[in-house]
Structures are given as structure tokens and as C-alpha cells.
Design a protein. Structure first.
Length: 84
């Protein structure tokens, strides 16, 4: 697998429709993809990865402090990796 495959899976998570259980599962899968890619020998997260993960957060998490904190952490990682 390469970064394109990880990004495609996260994109599918971003547009998953369903109840709160399915939304939670989409978040778990997207987080798993981001974590795996960060540790992968096949590539590193790029600007598409981070943007797609943020789209997952926006679409699958309710507005609130938890979502804001996650978005903040991901944005700081993105900036640290030079992807902003």
C-alpha cells in the first residue's frame, strides 16, 4: 500500500453515511489509517492525508470541544510535517 491507498480509505470514511455507531467506526478506521501511515515504510502523510482526515472529523464527529481538540492536534502535526 502507498499514501494514495491510505488516503482513499480515509476519503471513504469521510463520506460514510449512517447512525452514530457507523460514524464512530468511520472515525476509528480513519484514525487507524493515519496512525498506520505515520509508521509505514511505504510513505508518509501528505497534505491530502491531513485534509482528508480533517474532513472525516468534520463529517463524522459532532461539533464540540472534543472535535476541536482533535482538529487542533492534527493541524499542528500537519504544520510540523511541513504540509501547510
Amino acid at each position: 500500500p502507498n499514501v494514495i491507498i491510505y488516503n482513499a480509505v480515509m476519503n471513504a470514511c469521510a463520506f460514510t453515511m449512517g447512525d452514530s455507531i457507523e460514524q464512530h467506526r468511520a472515525m476509528e478506521i480513519a484514525h487507524s489509517m493515519l496512525t498506520q501511515l505515520e509508521k509505514s515504510e511505504h510513505g508518509t502523510p501528505d497534505q491530502i492525508t491531513y485534509g482528508t482526515f480533517l474532513k472525516v472529523c468534520a463529517n463524522q464527529m459532532p461539533e464540540g470541544e472534543t472535535r476541536d481538540q482533535i482538529v487542533n492536534v492534527v493541524f499542528r502535526k500537519c504544520a510540523r510535517d511541513g504540509q501547510v
